[in-house]
Design a binder for this molecule. Structure first.
Ligand SMILES: [Mn+2]
Length: 244
C-alpha cells in the first residue's frame, strides 16, 4: 500500500549570510520532514505562493496537511489593531495559509496545526488571539522557553473524551513551549483539548471536521527525545490512509 503524502506548509526565510543577505529561500524546518517519515508518511514541503490555482493543485496532491509554526498572525484578521507587543508577522504567509487551509478543508483531508498553525486555524474559524502572553489573565508560566528545543519545559493537562486524549492516552503531558501568543476566544465549533497549568490553551480540535487538531507546542521537535510525541503524527498519517 502506498504511503500517504503529507503536505507541510512552507515558509520564507531571508538569508543572513553576507554574500546573499536578504535573498529569500523557501523552506520548512527539517523536524517536520523527519517526523512524517518516521511515522509512515511521505513529506512534501508546500512553498508559499499567492496563486489560487497553484495552491489548488498543491492540495490536490496531498493526503494530509501540517500547518507549521512561524510568525504571528496579522491581528487585522481578528479585528484588532497591532498591539505594541505583537511580534513579526507575514501577510503573504497568512494569505497563503488561509487559502491552503480552505482548500484542504474542502478536500476533507486530516489536518494538524502546530504552534502558528493552531493560531491560524483558530483565527480562520473566527477565534481571536492574545497578541502577547502578558495580556492573558492569569498566565504565569514561561511559554517561550530558552532551553533546548528538544527538551520539554511545562505540563499540559489533556481533556478526557477528546481525540487528543485518545491519541496520547494520558491526562498529563510534558511539552516544549515556543510561543508568546495564545488563543483568546476559541473559534465556534472548536473545543479546548489541553491547557497549561496557568490556564493557557495548548490544544484545540474541531467538532465539525473528521480530523482537525491543533497543538500549541512543537511535537516535531520532541519526536526523538519524547517518543510519545510520534503518536500525533502516526494518527494523522493513519487518518490519511483510511481517507485515501
Ligand atoms: Mn506553552
Amino acid at each position: 500500500m502506498s504511503k500517504p503524502i503529507v503536505g507541510i506548509s512552507g515558509s520564507i526565510v531571508a538569508e543572513t549570510d553576507a554574500a546573499f543577505a536578504g535573498y529569500e529561500r523557501a523552506y520548512a524546518n527539517d523536524d517536520y520532514v523527519d517526523s512524517v517519515i518516521q511515522n509512515g508518511g511521505v513529506p512534501y514541503i508546500i512553498p508559499v505562493n499567492s496563486e489560487e490555482e497553484i495552491i489548488r493543485e498543491q492540495v490536490a496532491h496531498i493526503d494530509a496537511l501540517i500547518l507549521s509554526g512561524g510568525q504571528d498572525v496579522c491581528p487585522q484578521f481578528y479585528g484588532e489593531e497591532p498591539h505594541k507587543l505583537l511580534g513579526r508577522t507575514s501577510l503573504r504567509r497568512d494569505k497563503f495559509d488561509f487559502k491552503l487551509l480552505q482548500l484542504a478543508l474542502k478536500k476533507d483531508i486530516p489536518i494538524l496545526g502546530i504552534c502558528r498553525g493552531m493560531q491560524v486555524i483558530n483565527v480562520y474559524f473566527g477565534g481571536t488571539l492574545y497578541q502577547d502572553l502578558s495580556l492573558a489573565p492569569g498566565s504565569y508560566i514561561k511559554h517561550n522557553q530558552v532551553t533546548d528545543w528538544q527538551v520539554p519545559s511545562h505540563y499540559v493537562k489533556l481533556q478526557k473524551g477528546t481525540k487528543l486524549f485518545d491519541i496520547f492516552q494520558c491526562e498529563e503531558l510534558e511539552v516544549n513551549s515556543f510561543h508568546h501568543q495564545v488563543v483568546h476566544e476559541v473559534a465556534p465549533s472548536f473545543k479546548v483539548t489541553a491547557r497549561a497549568k496557568d490556564g493557557v490553551i495548548e490544544a484545540l480540535e474541531s467538532q465539525d471536521y473528521k480530523f482537525l487538531l491543533t497543538v500549541q507546542w512543537h511535537p516535531e521537535m520532541l519526536h526523538r527525545t519524547e517518543k510519545q510525541m510520534n503518536k500525533v503524527f502516526a494518527r494523522l498519517i493513519a487518518e490519511a490512509r483510511t481517507n485515501k
